[in-house]
Each structure stands twice: as C-alpha cells, then as structure tokens.
Write a protein that binds this ligand. Structure first.
Ligand code: ATP
Length: 511
C-alpha cells in the first residue's frame, strides 16, 4: 500500500475556530469549568487530549532520560529526572529573581475594562499623521485586518509605522485607540504586574505564610542540583530533566491553549564546564529540532530564531544568548510563535541559590584536576501543552472528499489511539471476533473497540481523532481469519491475516 501525499494543511489557511471546535467535539480539550461558563486561561484535557499529552510527555522523557541522545564524543549523554514540588520555600523565588522581577508591563483600557500586556500591543502610527494610532494585539493578523477596516480610514497596514506600545511615550497615549475601544486615549500608563500566583501555607494568612505556585519547573531542578549530585553517580557534564505544571497569572491568556494560566513544561537543565557551554548549546539546538520533527512537526512550519539583544534576560546578556524554536500557528501565520526556548543561563541560578541559601553549590571536577567551579547551564525549555497545540494544528487536515470533512494526521507514534477494531455488523459473530482481536492488541497498543453505528460514521469518528488504522471484521473474517485494514490518510484498504495484525501495527508505530 502506497502512502499518499498528505493534502495541504498550511496553517495560514486554517481557522482556529474549526480546530477548537474539533477539540471539544471529539474530546481533546475542553474549557475548564465549562458548565459554569469556563474560567479564562484554564483548560481541561479530555479522554483523547490526555492520551496525546501523555504521548508527547513520554516521547520527551524517553528522548531525554531513558535513551538520552548521543553526545559529541559518540557516547550517550547523562540525564536524570526529578519531580519537584509545585510550592517551594518562597526564598527560592526571591533568589531566582521571580519575586522582584517576574513581571510584565500591563495597561488597562478604561473604556472596555480590558487589560493588556504592553509589550504585546503593536501600535499602527499613521505615516501621514492623520487619524488615530491604532493598537492591536501582536500576532493577530485577523484582528488587525478587521480593525483597519473599521478605524483605518481606508488605509492599509503599510500606510502605518508599526511600533511596540512600550516604545511609545506615555504622553502620546491620548492618540492611541485601544483594541476594541471606540474612543481614543483610554489606555492607562503601564504598571508592572507580577505573574506569580500567591497562596498561603498553613492556618495563618499573614506575610510569613505567603508562598507561590511555581511559574516554571526549572527552579525545582536547581533546588535539587546538590541532592542529585550527592545521591547519584552523575558527573559533569550532565542534565536534570523535569516535566510538570507551571502557573502564570498571564495578563492576556489567549489563542486557545497557547497562552494559559496553568500549563505544563518539559525542561532540561544541562550543567557543564563554562568553557564547554558553546559546544553544548549548539548540540541542544540541533537535538531539540530533531525532537520536534520526530514528534511530527514539519520543517516548513518550524524555525529557529535567535533572540534580539533587547529580548535577552539579564543572565543571557552575558552568555551566548537564547534562541527559540518557533512554530507557525494558524494565529501567527505567516509569522511564528515560540514553542521552546533554549537559553545559556550561565551560572546565574546556582550562584543566586548559593548566595541566598548559604549552601556551597560548587562542583569539584575530578576530570580537571579538582577544579572548583559553578557549572554553566544550557536550558532547553519547552511547553508540553503548547506542544500539543502545535501537534494538533499540524495534524488538522481539511479533506472535502471524506464524510468527516477533516482528519487528524498524527504520526502513528503520537496518535491517541493506534487502531480501531470495527465489526461490520453487531451480529453473525463479528463482535466476538472483534473482541478477540482487541484483547490480543490492547496489551501493547491503545486501541478502540467500536461496535455500534454504521461503518461510515465509525470511520469518520476515527478520522477526526486521528486513528491511523482501522481493522474491519466481516463475513470473510469468519471464513478465513483475515481483516480489512483501512489506512487513515489514503483511505486505501487491504486484506491481511488476523494473526499478522500485531506485527503490522508494531512496524507502523516506528513511523
Ligand atoms: P512568553 O514570552 O511567551 O511569555 P517565555 O519566553 O516567558 O514565554 P519560558 O519562560 O521560556 O517562556 O517558558 C518555556 C516554555 O513554556 C515556552 O517556550 C512555552 O512553550 C511554555 N510557556 C510559557 N508560558 C506559557 C503559557 N502561559 N501557556 C502555555 N505555555 C507557556
């Protein structure tokens, strides 16, 4: 059977409304507290969403911890995992800089009562000086087009200078028309807004009891650096990996699960001698792109972008810089949005924790004549839930030639269900045979046994959830123990022996 070319699914032509609707209809992602009207910035993962999320999580863990990549010396690198607490001693967040500095500039619109991150607003300043300065959210091409139509006085995007709101004098705010506002001059001056969620530990709610939900998983790794070194046999260079929830009280959660207030990260802190930082940075740049390709993102929709000098965090300024792996999401197309950041954090975090905790965190290197140093860190920090969104957008393939009108082209290794077993009818012994096959496969593959409804509807459902193979049991199966395999992308069908199905699927999962 020949695999056909995948129909065009250029993110530029996809509509997020269709993608969000499919996610809800088929049980990938639901708004959190849906029956109460939701809660902005929070999402729940449904029966298929959790499978997809686990598959990406497991692929990352395997790639990092179980079978870590081969290093420049031809041997596998050393990486171990941790699972740290979401709430840590609040002093850790003072040391990391999050209490003082983890904030975004925020502006409010007095008219619409909406709040925006100032650095996410682009102001269109008319080149001819005539008319309002139109503020729009960056990366929202659709809104920009609508807004220009309404308030642009017949001008097009190129008739304006595009400036970030943070680069505009606040005295010019009275000329700015906020997104969705009718009046000009309704934006307040920017104020710093700390993104950490606060809570209280114990029965007394005072300043001493204040704690934070972690805004990143990375610090949990630095806090365990010494414990890992003391308890395991890792030697420099080595990595510590962690996957888990992070919480940020984002000013503008938006674009579905792209920017939410509760999300999951997959972070690696790679510790090395300062002299080797460049080698390892280049190594992880290459490895991380390979990973996303393996997960199913195409080269066409992915780029690696170096941060401009004004984007760099304090620690990165002294180091080798930061680069992002970006994906062309439908709402950023033709541009890209961050999927993963790979930063050279120097020795910033360990130095801070050493100072604030009073504990020595230096490494004594037996390979370098017992040299004492604070290692440098290369940090590939990826979003798990943002990764899911990229996989969903990449897989979403409109196809007017099939009843569902769309199918999800997940790679077999990422698909929530690897196969569906469909008895043609609910009689004539078909369901029993189907259940027998289901029992043979389910130990090794997540498979669906779907008995009721006409076969066309069942295929349509499997297409929409991205199941790569359907095995149909019919009257011929009762005679000769063969089944029909239907391949999702091509809809081509072939007949194979029932006792070959397991081997067939195993082979296909390598793709
Ligand atoms: P941004 O500039 O978009 O706010 P960031 O550069 O602060 O993000 P990092 O702190 O580097 O993000 O976090 C690493 C990864 O975690 C990001 O590349 C992204 O995939 C994910 N991530 C960060 N914030 C969010 C969020 N609010 N919702 C979902 N994923 C997020």
């Amino acid at each position: 059977m020949q695999a056909a070319e995948k129909p065009e699914n250029n993110p530029q032509t996809l509509d997020m409304k269709d993608i969000t609707a499919l996610c809800k209809r088929r049980g990938f992602v639901f708004p959190a507290s849906d029956i109460y009207g939701g809660i902005n910035g929070f999402w729940d993962y449904g029966p298929l969403g959790i499978e997809l999320k686990n598959n990406l999580r497991d692929l990352w863990w395997k790639h990092m911890v179980v079978t870590p990549p081969i290093g420049p010396d031809g041997h596998p690198v050393q990486i171990v995992g941790v699972d740290s607490s979401i709430i840590q001693n609040p002093r850790a967040w003072v040391a990391s800089g999050h209490v003082g500095g983890f904030s975004d500039p925020m502006v409010d619109c007095r008219e619409t009562k909406k709040r925006y991150r100032a650095d996410h607003l682009i102001v269109l300043k008319p080149e001819d000086g005539e008319g309002a300065w139109i503020a729009v959210l960056e990366d929202d091409e659709e809104f920009l087009a609508k807004r220009l139509k309404k308030a642009g006085k017949g001008k097009s995007s190129s008739d304006f200078e595009h400036i970030n709101l943070t680069e505009i004098e606040t005295s010019d705010y009275d000329k700015v028309l906020a997104p969705e506002a009718k009046e000009i001059g309704t934006l307040t001056e920017p104020q710093e807004f700390n993104l950490m969620f606060e809570t209280y530990v114990g029965a007394v709610r005072d300043e001493d009891a204040k704690a934070y939900l972690r805004p990143e998983t990375a610090q949990g790794i630095f806090l365990n650096y010494k414990n890992v070194l003391d308890s395991s046999r890792v030697k420099m260079p080595f990595g510590i990996a962690q996957i888990g929830k992070a919480f940020r009280n984002e000013v503008n959660p938006r674009n579905f699960i792209f920017r939410s207030r509760e999300f999951e990260q997959m972070e690696l802190e790679w510790f090395c001698h300062p002299d080797d930082a460049k080698t390892w940075r280049d190594f992880w740049f290459a490895e991380r792109q390979k990973f996303w390709k393996l997960a199913g993102l195409s080269d066409d929709n992915m780029i690696m972008r170096d941060h401009d000098s004004d984007e760099l965090s304090h620690y990165a300024k002294e180091g080798l810089g930061t680069a992002d792996i970006e994906y062309r999401f439908p709402f950023t197309a033709p541009g890209y949005g961050e999927l993963e950041g790979i930063a050279h954090r120097c020795d910033f975090d360990l130095k801070q924790h050493q100072e604030h905790s009073g504990q020595k965190l230096e490494y004594i290197d037996p390979e370098r004549e017992n040299e004492r140093y604070l290692p440098h860190v290369i940090e590939p920090a990826a979003g798990l839930t943002r990764g899911i969104l990229a996989l969903i957008c990449e897989a979403y393939t409109p196809d007017p030639d099939r009843p569902s009108g769309v199918y999800m082209n997940f790679k077999p290794r990422m698909a929530p269900k690897k196969a569906a077993i469909l008895p043609l009818t609910a009689k004539d012994g078909h369901p029993d045979k189907a259940e027998k096959l289901y029992m043979e496969l389910r130990e090794d593959f997540p498979v669906d046994l779907d008995i009721k409804q006409n076969i066309g509807k069942r295929y349509a459902r499997q297409d929409e959830i991205g199941t790569p193979f359907c095995f149909t049991i019919d009257n011929d199966t009762m005679q000769d123990d063969t089944v029909t395999v239907r391949e999702r992308n091509t809809m081509a069908q072939e007949r194979i022996a029932m006792d070959q199905v397991h081997a067939y699927l195993s082979e296909k999962m390598k793709a």
